[in-house]
Design a protein around this ligand. Structure first.
Ligand code: SF4
Ligand code: SF4
Length: 411
């Protein structure tokens, strides 16, 4: 057992430099061949901007890709199987989050694992779940989860992030009856070489999708997902037994006394913050109580129920009652560019710190030839609202309604 991890505190300005120096500490995991297939698995479970605390930050992904490119690797892909609702509604989260645009900018590829070839592995109760063959065949797999609370699992970090390696809704829904155990089944088969947790802007409260962003300014790297997830529970001041994957791992002897002893030996008090717990709505708590959940799952898997959920009115009812966290808005964003209101701009430089592709902001926004990928990070963090969006917000409107003020405040 290799008990080792790195807790990296960072400001937005330092992310790249800190990722480069941290990855240098893990030289042993990098393949000798520059033709090696490298897969980066972020958390892109929904179409919500990373600054809401929901998805992996593009600045982190860009830094890892730049490091790999710098070392001469040619075959780098960002791969994710986004959550069932987006898959069912044929919404490309990878495109909405501008991950494909960022990857292209740095010479990497993207892959939607929902459409990968499945390899079937045993789940509980004799069920077989299909995981993406791409994840098994990668020469180097880097897991880059978000640090966030999760209504069903307690927290979602390294272990839970591998749910996105399941192929399509048909396989994801097979996990729910024994969620924690099945997540561990996935982790028995897919073993990332490295985990890098995005705790830059984390999520507390009603995660994974309706919680509150928290600026932690943290990145955690290591090779043991049990150790890292335990650390994350400690950092969020959660009883690790309330994180279902860790509780199950302890029952199975995967989370050991050595893990606890190691975490106790760290001096992490200065990084801790008590996260609000992911307490669901009354309706959600009623349905997800262990006594009733099996009946709900039986109904949830019927064709009639799935049809009702796929209708607009059904979706609205589920969202309003808190039974569903996501709103599957069909309208795409259409960005015709961003510009600066120079009367409002104070040249504070915050926009530059958040740009994942290092555009020289704020001046660079006025440059027609800039390679802006329209991620809207600069727009969302500007404290003066000096960045002007041209076009239609589409699905982003709902995120701005919920998160605009808070993101500007915490960034
Ligand atoms: S964040 Fe806003 S105010 Fe600050 S430099 Fe950028 S545009 Fe100007
Ligand atoms: S300029 Fe703004 S919108 Fe464009 S890539 Fe940079 S942060 Fe994203």
């Amino acid at each position: 057992m290799q008990l080792r991890l790195d807790i990296i505190t960072t400001t937005p300005k330092q992310i790249r430099e800190k990722i480069f120096s941290t990855l240098d500490n893990y030289k042993e995991i990098f393949p000798a061949s520059k033709e090696a297939r490298i897969l980066i698995k972020p958390n892109l479970n929904a179409n919500m901007n990373a600054l809401t605390g929901n998805t992996t930050d593009l600045r982190l992904l860009a830094s890892v890709i730049m490091y790999l490119k710098d070392k001469g690797y040619k075959d780098i892909s960002i791969a994710e199987g986004t959550n069932s609702g987006y898959y069912r509604n044929k919404i490309s989260v990878i495109t909405r989050l501008r991950v494909d645009a960022m990857a292209k900018r740095f010479g990497a590829k993207v892959k939607d694992l929902n459409y990968s070839e499945p390899v079937f592995i045993p789940f509980e109760d004799g069920v077989k779940g299909g995981i993406a063959k791409d994840c098994l065949e990668a020469d180097l797999l880097i897991n880059i989860p978000k640090l966030k609370t999760h209504f069903e699992a307690g927290m979602s970090v390294c272990l839970k992030n591998l749910m996105g390696c399941l192929v399509g809704q048909e396989n994801k829904k097979k996990t729910h009856k024994s969620l924690a155990r099945n997540i561990l089944h996935i982790n028995e088969h897919i073993k990332p070489n490295l985990h890098i947790v995005d705790g830059l802007i984390a999520m507390e409260g009603l995660g994974p999708t309706r919680g509150t962003p928290v600026n932690m300014g943290l990145i955690i790297a290591g090779v043991d997902p049990f150790l890292i997830d335990l650390l994350c529970a400690e950092l969020a001041m959660f009883d690790h037994k309330k994180v279902t994957t860790l509780r199950m791992a302890e029952v199975l002897g995967l989370l050991k006394k050595e893990h606890h002893d190691f975490i106790k030996s760290l001096n992490i008090d200065g990084h801790k913050r008590k996260f609000l717990s992911p307490r669901g709505s009354l309706a959600a708590r009623f349905i997800h109580s262990p006594k009733r959940q099996k009946y709900f799952l039986a109904i949830r898997n019927t064709k009639v129920f799935n049809y009702l959920c796929s209708t607009k009115i059904g979706g609205k009812i589920l969202f309003k009652t808190g039974l569903r966290q996501d709103v599957f808005i069909e309208d795409e964003m259409s960005c015709k560019g961003l510009s600066i209101d120079w009367e409002k701009c104070t040249r504070c430089g915050k926009c530059a710190d958040y740009c994942p592709i290092d555009i020289n902001l704020p001046d660079g926004l006025d440059n027609e030839g800039n390679s802006c990928i329209h991620c809207l990070y600069c727009f969302m963090v500007c404290p003066e609202k000096a960045i002007i969006f041209k076009g239609e917000f589409g699905f982003v409107s709902e995120q701005l309604r919920q998160y605009d003020d808070i993101v500007r405040k915490i960034a």
